[in-house]
Design a protein around this ligand. Structure first.
Ligand code: ZN
Length: 542
């Protein structure tokens, strides 16, 4: 992998100079001979793209089946759907590990710096990274893993509402075994979590994540304590009954205003909201509705729309190649968090949207603006991660990170997970769940994928959301005023220009530096939290 990294470094800067030097130094007859060589390289590149497009199509077809499974599929279709998904993923995987693909990359790599456009050089770098990862996984393992997680997800959709951890235990035990087997294909590693973390966030390691978490915890624990010493915010103004149709209509209107393009997407219901991309012209989001809690559908719709804005903003020219997606889970999550929290929980945002919320739900006509804004931003120790406020949220993430590492390293047996979860919640948040539904069964991740690498990206996303927002506002100081009038064009344009359009062209660390001028840093995020919650809770800090 180090070779691949060196290969991309400075490739874009070197290219023009190399070309000029060549032209000057190469005699005329040799220059003529280079022309067919260039054509051969272009032919190989076209063949590479054809192969990658086929893989992309197979994966997109599997994603359509996955979307359908999570939205409209009749329950009885589950077993067949698991098999169909496994078949498609296996076909895609077989093509991803085809030795002919490796040979094409071998042949193209020496030309990447000289003959090809920057984007093609990036394509070769990313295709190489994906190829090197894929060839480590036997197709038989991929099929086994996909079939298992599909069955496990299906069982979880029933076990969670029934609070039935016992029925999930054999599934999760098997998932832990399969996750260890997965990590084993990428040995040697420093931490068993490293292969999972690198899959999600290229360049990150468990050690780097731990260091970040320690920095966050140092600041967050005193902040949570200081807020806890203030009078609690009264959030009763959010209590009521809010009909599903009104909630969906309001969510629809908000995400449209943020810039989500319904001509190239749609919003549907699901038990666990997600965003999925089938093509540049088809990026879908999902939400769940709770008629007793307005914030569930609203903020999960905005969250998923944040992911979708990123995917809809990737350059169309990257369609069908591995470059045509968001670059990492952490940067992806920074977009969902930026729109959900920094924008849509801000006072300015609601200056514009509160009147239409009041028009949709008469309930709010008697609720003062300040009371509403304070209620949607209240900080309290809570059981459910997705409902957690901005300050305690990262504590939920750190807890999961530790538990998954304990399970993978054999310190924690699956049968003891519910108790370990309760103990960790008690220690970190001073609160223990009364049941597993609001404990270790609450998140889909371990029940629909691997145990490992599922959660750290949320915290990275929180950190980056503030770093990107700070850079966007520095470039366009009018952004806060625009948000107050329900306009998001300057912010959206900055994000599209500096992040979205690039897809996977640059590795995450390079993209962050290009966009903000700095490597990832928690400072803007911590300053944001201190400032916002210092004001909301009248703290002597901030
Ligand atoms: Zn997300």
């Amino acid at each position: 992998m180090a070779v691949v990294r060196n290969f991309k470094t400075g490739a874009s800067r070197r290219r023009g100079k190399a070309r000029r030097t060549l032209r000057a130094a190469v005699p005329r007859n040799q220059a003529a001979a280079r022309r067919p060589a260039r054509r051969a390289v272009e032919d190989m590149l076209a063949e590479l793209k054809r192969r990658l497009l086929e893989i992309s199509d197979l994966n997109a077809a599997a994603s359509v089946l996955g979307w359908d499974q999570s939205t409209y599929m009749p329950q009885a279709g589950a077993a067949a759907r698991g098999r169909q998904l496994a078949t498609l993923r296996r076909l895609a995987h077989e093509r991803s590990v085809d030795p002919a693909l490796g040979k094409l990359l071998d042949a193209l790599e020496p030309h990447a710096g000289r003959l090809l456009r920057d984007t093609d050089a990036s394509l070769i770098r990313v295709a190489r990274r994906d190829f090197e990862k894929a060839i480590k996984l036997p197709p038989e393992f991929v099929a086994r893993f996909t079939a298992h997680t599909s069955e496990s997800y299906d069982a979880w959709t029933r076990a969670r509402p029934a609070d039935d951890f016992a029925s999930m235990r054999p599934y999760l035990e098997r998932t832990v075994e399969l996750s260890r087997e997965y990590a084993g294909f990428f040995a040697p590693y420093q931490s068993i979590l490293d292969p999972f973390i690198d899959d999600a966030d290229e360049g990150m390691t468990a050690a780097a994540v731990r260091k970040l978490f320690a920095e966050l915890k140092r600041e967050l624990v005193p902040l949570v304590r200081a807020i806890g010493e203030q009078p609690p915010v009264d959030a009763r103004c959010l209590e009521g009954t809010f009909p599903e149709s009104g909630q969906l209509a309001f969510s629809h209107a908000v995400v449209k205003a943020l810039g989500y393009d319904f001509e190239r997407g749609r919003l549907d219901k699901t038990p666990h909201p997600f965003c999925t991309k089938f093509a540049h012209g088809d990026v879908r989001i999902t939400t769940r509705v709770n008629e007793r809690d307005l914030t569930d559908a609203l903020f999960s719709s905005i969250h998923e729309a944040g992911h979708a804005l990123y995917e809809q903003g990737v350059d169309r020219s990257l369609e069908g190649t591995p470059l045509g997606y968001g670059v990492s889970a952490g940067i992806h999550e920074s977009q969902s968090r930026l729109w959900e929290n920094i924008v849509a929980r801000s006072e300015g945002f609601w200056r514009h949207f509160y009147p239409s919320l009041q028009a949709t739900f008469g309930h709010f006509r008697s609720v003062p603006f300040d009371a509403f804004v304070r209620a949607i931003n209240r900080v309290e120790r809570s059981l459910i991660r997705t409902d957690a406020d901005e300050v305690t949220y990262n504590l939920h993430i750190m807890l999961r990170f530790d538990l998954e590492l304990d399970m993978l390293e054999g310190r924690l047996e699956v049968k003891d997970l519910p108790a370990a979860w309760r103990a960790a919640m008690q220690a970190d948040l001073d609160l223990a769940p009364p049941d597993d539904r609001s404990g270790c069964l609450q998140d889909v991740h371990w029940y629909a994928g691997s145990v490992g690498g599922a959660f750290h990206s949320y915290a990275i996303g929180n950190i980056l959301s503030a770093q990107f927002m700070q850079a966007a506002v520095a470039a366009h100081p009018e952004i806060p005023h625009e948000i107050e009038s329900g306009r998001f064009a300057a912010l959206h344009a900055w994000l599209r220009e500096h992040l979205y359009r690039h897809g996977r062209r640059y590795p995450p660390d390079e993209l962050i530096k290009r966009a903000t001028g700095k490597p990832m840093t928690a400072a803007p995020y911590l300053a944001y939290l201190r400032g916002k919650f210092g004001r909301l809770y009248s703290l002597p800090i901030g």
